[in-house]
Design a protein around this ligand. Structure first.
Ligand code: NDP
Length: 400
């Protein structure tokens, strides 16, 4: 059906290439481009040996629009899947507009010099994509992504009005390292160390980092201490589902992880500004990334499960009801299939399914859209087929 270009050869990029290669009837040609071409070549070689599928590779600096435009014009993909870093979202969108290519990503734009993310920068491209007749699909990983689609599915089939939404993200896996992050360490540490924020009665309520927490029970896993943090899908969900009175995002952290995080912050290693070192300028958090385990290579000894879902309370046919929808994903199964751990897997699979929705013409409309603005049904069907089956519980005790 079409050519796809994937940008970013990290943990998530690896999974996207695997899943795309598993669906050759939809993705007729594949290219993987990234800053370091040798990483693309290693992935391409593995794909060739596993599935016999050819993946072209290329070097590109996605911070540089003319480099991207030259690559897009040369390869002429139908769709670019951006799984580089959130810093590159706007340059890749600019290049898509210039070269006439459709766009998809898994994380919203974040400036390098400010630990702050919001959709306004990307939503500002809506009119340009509309005028160009191009589709941009924002946030098609697991969270954002599947959690947003779970919410859209609940709103479509199980509620007349959603009132309370709690997104619950548990990683009960063990990578057997003292400290490691499950996706890009720089982005991860910036995300989890910021102030907490949730939506209540029409406004944002701010908290100290990790101020609100309680143990929540996760299916097949049991109780895990869960912390309210700000997460990007809350911004678009409260806008697209205006009946929501309160929306929060909970993530589990182990004590070891939080202790390491506190030390990293206290000693200045989470700083994102430049410091002088031996006559050279370095950014401490970027240096830290260089010495931490590579998230894409954590998979080998990773055991246990992730469990991510939405706990929803609202009204159906005049009656109050509760609903819990979730997926549990095994780190070991993810590694066996793709050589990566569960967090890369749960992000890369939805990215491939979003691309499949686009290629089949099911999610194709000119403009810039968050995933919950499309029909959730065909996407939900594909989750069950491609490795992320979901479970629904009606009238469950949500503990919240
Ligand atoms: P990694 O750090 O493992 O990989 C990022 C890749 O992008 C690397 O290959 C890197 O190249 C490449 N890259 C970075 N800068 C550039 C550039 N200027 N030009 C070209 N390539 C570049 O990250 P992950 O795979 O863990 O995460 C990828 C994305 O997925 C991130 O945006 C992250 O926020 C998002 N994510 C989304 C989730 C969701 O559920 N929605 C969950 C987890 C992650 P190099 O190898 O040279 O460093």
């Amino acid at each position: 059906m079409g050519k796809v270009l994937i940008i970013g050869a990290g943990g998530v990029g690896t999974v996207v290439v695997h899943k795309v290669a598993q669906n050759p009837e939809v993705f007729t040609e594949i290219m993987l481009a990234s800053r370091t071409k040798s990483k693309c070549d290693v992935i391409a070689k593995d794909i060739k040996s596993r599935y016999g599928i050819e993946v072209k590779t290329a070097q590109v600096d996605a911070d540089v629009v003319p480099e991207l435009v030259a690559l897009f014009k040369d390869y002429q993909p139908e769709l670019v899947i951006n799984v580089a870093l959130p810093y590159q979202d706007l340059t890749i969108m600019d290049a898509c507009l210039e070269a006439g290519v459709n766009y998809m990503d898994t994380a919203n734009y974040e400036p390098k010099d400010e630990a702050h993310f919001e959709y306004s920068w990307q939503w500002a491209y809506r009119e340009k994509f509309e005028k160009a007749g191009l589709t941009a699909i924002l946030g098609c990983g697991f969270d954002p992504g599947v959690t947003s689609i779970f919410t859209a599915y609940a709103a479509k089939h199980h509620f007349d009005e959603i009132h309370y939404l709690d997104i619950v993200d548990c990683n009960a896996g063990d990578h057997h390292k003292a400290f490691a992050t499950n996706f890009n360490p720089e982005i991860n540490i910036r995300e989890v160390s910021q102030r907490g924020k949730y939506w209540e009665n029409g406004q944002w309520v701010e908290t100290e980092p990790h101020e609100i927490h309680k143990p929540l029970n996760y299916p097949e896993i049991g109780p895990k201490e869960s912390y309210v943090i700000y997460h990007e899908e809350l911004e678009s969900l409260v806008k697209n589902f205006p009946t929501i009175k309160r929306a929060r995002f909970w993530m589990t952290f182990g004590q070891e992880y939080l202790t390491h995080l506190r030390v990293i912050q206290n000693i200045g290693m989470a700083r994102i500004d430049e410091v002088e070192y031996n006559g050279q300028k370095i950014v401490p958090i970027q240096f830290l990334k260089a010495v931490l385990p590579n998230p894409g290579e954590l998979g080998e000894n990773y055991t246990g499960w992730t469990s991510i879902g939405c706990r929803i309370k609202g009204i159906k046919d005049g009656q109050e009801k509760t609903y819990y929808i979730y997926n549990n994903c095994s780190h070991e199964a993810a590694f066996k299939e793709t050589g990566t751990q569960g967090v890369s897997y749960t992000t890369g699979v939805p990215a491939m399914i979003g691309a499949l929705m686009f290629m089949k013409g099911l999610w194709r409309k000119a403009g810039v859209y968050n995933v919950e603005e499309f029909n959730p049904d065909p996407f939900m069907e594909q989750l069950n087929i491609h490795g992320l089956p979901w479970v629904e519980v009606h009238n469950a005790d949500l503990e919240l």
